[in-house]
Design a protein around this ligand. Structure first.
Ligand code: FAD
Length: 506
């Protein structure tokens, strides 16, 4: 089986399936090392915004988190050590980009074309990440800007910001992390904000070594901490699903703003015009403090063009800068390979989804794409959950699906169209009343068709329960037929389903 991508999802998949006794796994990663998000986002201040004890695999806790919300380097190290410890390194091939995958009906296999040749795999797992492709700032004149221009996800560490005039374009999750981290170094820092965002304080404290010590030795403490954090995130999730309850959280955010920002004009510019949670919820206890520094300037406007060293806002604001940092987020929606994965009819995922946007059954299986499993696929995430909680539930589902195939001796499984449609209709109906849909903003949660293709509308508990119950009746399964002769493939990932055997630990 081929897993594409070696971030939390791809590493997690390899780990889980190896524990289940699957041996013919190959994880293909286009970069030179594993880590995904946490390899690429090296900008100053980069950290998780879900507490690390929850934003980590439940089965391999880290007793050494230095802060409640660990920074990028610590998270990357955690992933690397976890992969090493569980032998994922043995099945990882870095520097191999998957270029295309085609389902071959005759052999019941995926033909996976890569920069390292072709592989054949019974099962294809797409773990290419929802926040992977940087969204570029496209405005006239940016290409001719005479200084460094880079995206937060492609931080240029050779650029010294000391004493420079820096423009940061964007007001999302990376902006609230990067601005406090760099402001003290700059001569002037200009933040271009198209949309004001809700910002809650972030209780980002060092973890007392005594707590780490106890959590390492007393699993009860560890579980209690994790459960407490899960409960807190779920509480926020509950509020976001019931907009009438959002008021108190908005009051907390407003108080946070009022206490830090005294200037009523700046405060007005930072006050959102939509409901909290409508866009991804942001947390920081240092962003507003950074904005009130005398050399930091907020411009509540989009950048509309660049002329020489000048960035020009849609409202006519003109700012001179030496460095431009685009904190414009990611192209969220389809997986990175959607245009290159071809199903039973030859159509790609992108073509299949062109009209209504991405949809899958339980965010995992797509009709017409047998034995394909999407990790962190459509409509699985929300504004408050740890992606790792969702991922682990999906991995349990993937393991159950593969056990079913093996037990029944089937070669492929394809989700029934009616099951996928009914499921997605229910998801869309439930989303209607959530703050994601009814909060009065536009966000990356939405496809151009107007459907919210990103959010899960119910509790994470319900998501875990749904994914823990693998329902074979939702799929059409195929028994082996006489395979048509196929040209000799690269045999590296030539996988068979292991027999129901020893060595499988659930
Ligand atoms: C700055 C930042 C902070 C975040 N903080 C949080 C947080 O606090 N809590 C949370 O829940 N989530 C957070 N996220 C979301 C985060 O992306 C997910 O939690 C998680 O790390 C996704 O893991 P992944 O393995 O699915 O994807 P990724 O980490 O994006 O990994 C995908 C991998 O696939 C590889 N790949 C892509 N295409 C190909 C190809 N064609 N061939 C081979 N390899 C390929 C990539 O190189 C990459 O290594 C954050 C995201 C960002 C950007």
């Amino acid at each position: 089986m081929v897993v594409v991508g070696a971030g939390f999802s791809g590493i997690g998949a390899a780990l889980r399936l190896r524990r289940e006794g699957w041996r013919d796994i190959l994880v293909l990663e286009k970069a030179s090392q594993l880590g995904g998000t946490w390899r690429e986002n090296t900008y100053p201040g980069c950290a998780c915004d879900v507490p690390s004890s929850l934003y980590s695999y439940s089965f391999t806790p880290n007793p050494r988190w230095s802060r409640i919300f660990a920074g990028q380097r610590e998270i990357h190290d955690y992933l690397r050590t976890t992969a090493e410890r569980y032998g994922v390194d043995e099945v990882l091939r870095c520097g191999v980009r998957v270029v295309e995958a085609r389902w071959d009906q005759n052999s019941g296999r995926w033909l996976v074309r890569t920069t390292d040749g072709e592989y054949r795999a019974r099962v294809l797992v797409l773990a290419t990440g929802p926040w992977h492709e940087p969204r570029r700032l496209v405005v006239p004149g940016l290409g001719e800007f005479p200084g460094p221009v880079f995206h937060t996800a492609e931080w240029d560490h050779s650029v010294d910001l000391a004493g420079r005039r820096v423009a940061v374009v964007g007001s999302g999750a990376s902006t609230v992390q990067v601005v406090p981290a760099i402001q003290a170094r700059t001569a002037a820092l200009h933040v271009f904000q198209r949309t004001a965002q809700w910002l809650l304080p972030k209780p980002d404290l060092p973890v007392p070594p005594a707590l780490n010590w106890c959590a390492d030795r007393l699993p009860g403490i560890r579980h209690t901490v994790r459960a407490g954090q899960y409960g807190l995130q779920e509480g926020i999730g509950y509020v976001l699903r019931h907009p009438r309850l959002v008021g108190p959280l908005e009051a907390v955010a407003r108080t946070h703003l009022r206490r830090t920002v005294r200037d009523p004009v700046l405060r007005g510019a930072l006050t959102p015009d939509h409901r909290l949670g409508c866009k991804r919820l942001l947390t920081s206890s240092t962003f507003y403090q950074a904005l009130v520094q005398p050399h930091v300037h907020l411009h509540p406007t989009a950048v509309s063009s660049v002329r020489g060293r000048h960035l020009i806002g849609a409202d006519g604001t003109t700012v001179e800068a030496d460095v431009v940092i685009t904190a414009t987020g990611f192209r969220v929606g389809e997986p990175a390979l959607a245009r290159s994965v071809h199903g039973t009819t030859g159509r790609t995922l992108h073509e299949t989804w062109a009209e209504d946007g991405p949809q899958a059954y339980l965010g995992t299986s797509v009709t017409g794409f047998p034995n394909l499993f999407l990790l962190l696929g459509p409509n699985l995430l929300s504004g408050s959950t740890s992606a790792i909680s969702v991922l682990e539930a999906q991995l349990a589902y993937l393991a159950a699906a593969l056990r079913h195939l093996r037990r029944e001796g089937h070669v492929s499984m394809d989700v029934r169209p009616a099951v996928q449609s009914a499921y997605n209709a229910a998801v869309q109906e439930a989303l209607r009343t959530t703050v994601y849909n009814a909060g009065g903003c536009s966000s990356y949660y939405f496809h151009s068709s107007g459907r919210n293709t990103f959010c899960w509308p119910w509790s994470t508990g319900r998501l875990i329960r749904s994914l823990n119950r693998f329902d074979a009746a939702a799929y059409t399964c195929h028994a082996p037929s006489t395979p048509a002769p196929v040209p000799a493939p690269r045999a590296v990932a030539e996988d068979t389903f292991p027999a129901d055997d020893e060595g499988i630990t659930a």
